[in-house]
Design a protein around this ligand. Structure first.
Ligand code: FE2
Length: 345
């Protein structure tokens, strides 16, 4: 009966562990487990501060959101994860749909976030906002020459557009928002024309597109705004110099607004540490942590405070798209198929 013996042994071992935990000092007996797609240095400081203030230890498993979703699925109720943390809302919308999350009633969190940018049923809550914008070479592109995402398809930009691969969750969510706004057919036509305008086959991350615009390899690119923020405020002189050659254009100000995505977290279906998860989410939207994020990763505070840093203030306020936001998850598959048909690598 090896299974019974093993189980019996497990119980003894568990009792011993519990004894040791309760006999020890009170600190760090509570743990919060994150499955996170975030990849920003400031997060370690934030988590350390949370532990300092609450005594709750934060354990992080880092991977991309699709891998984390697969892992949640295969682990089922044995999953140690309490929160699924992503860098885009689309993946959380999918995780919710697949039954991997549970709702969390949290007035503090709801109050901290503009209504159009969160899940109305509380399955996940955002804590940073990130605008996916157009950036242009200041010398080569005069103000007003490009004002919308739709403009990227125009023939005048032939061979002048730099953008990363379609495998990026950032591009997928952004094009899903194009589908929500313009429909599948029009977005496919648009994507084909954008591909025809590529300055080079997609390569690198957002910062590499900014560098391509800075050095004249391309005239325009698409990037999350915070990547330019990191370059403007970089300790690397070459990055600061490149950033100085680039101008931010917040697109679609005449209609639906610039595409805004969020970094957000959802309580997992089988979370064991729900109180700790709630504390952590409330901590993330506290003014102190929101300022750490604004100054540390150059993401916008979730309150959309456009004056939180000198960098944001210089870029100025902008209108953002809340109409297509709730539908990103619904159109991710459309976006991926469009990339495929358009030959967008
Ligand atoms: Fe990023």
């Amino acid at each position: 009966m090896p299974a019974v013996i093993a189980r019996g042994f497990g119980r003894v071992a568990l009792a011993l562990v519990s004894f040791l935990v309760f006999a020890g000092p009170a600190a760090a007996d509570e743990v919060l487990n994150l499955y996170s797609h975030r990849h920003y240095g400031i997060d370690q400081e934030i988590n350390a501060l949370f532990t300092e203030q609450t005594g709750i230890e934060v354990k992080v498993v880092n991977a991309d959101a699709d891998q984390l979703i697969e892992r949640l699925k295969s682990e089922g109720e044995n999953s140690p994860a309490d929160l699924l943390v992503t860098v885009d809302a689309g993946r959380l919308q999918i995780a919710k749909e697949q039954g991997l999350l549970q709702p969390l009633a949290a007035d503090v969190l709801a109050a901290a976030t503009p209504e159009g940018l969160r899940d109305p049923e509380g399955y996940w809550y955002p804590f940073t906002a990130r605008a996916r914008v157009i950036m242009v070479n200041k010398e080569r592109v005069e103000p007003g020459a490009i004002t919308s995402y739709e403009n990227l398809a125009e023939e005048r930009w032939r061979g002048k557009v730099a953008i990363r691969s379609s495998s990026s969750a950032y591009n997928q969510a952004w094009v899903a928002s194009m589908v929500a706004a313009n429909g599948v057919e029009a977005t496919e036509e648009w994507a084909k024309a954008v591909v025809a305008n590529f300055a080079r086959p997609p390569q690198g991350g957002d910062r590499d597109q900014i560098r391509a615009v800075a050095n004249g390899l391309a005239d325009v690119c698409i990037s999350n705004a915070y990547y330019l923020g990191t370059m403007i405020n970089s300790t690397d002189a070459a990055d600061r110099e490149a950033a100085s050659r680039v101008r931010v254009v917040f697109p679609n100000q005449e209609n639906r607004g610039a595409f805004l995505n969020v970094s957000a977290a959802g309580l997992t279906r089988h979370a064991k540490n729900i109180d700790a998860a709630r504390k952590y989410l409330e901590f993330l939207v506290s003014p102190e942590v929101q300022q750490m994020i604004a100054e540390g990763s150059y993401e916008y505070p979730i309150s959309l405070d456009f004056e939180a840093t000198p960098t944001f203030e210089a870029w100025g306020p902008f209108e953002y798209d809340t109409t297509s936001f709730p539908e990103i998850g619904d159109h991710l598959d459309d976006a991926i198929e469009i990339f495929d048909r358009a030959g967008w690598q």
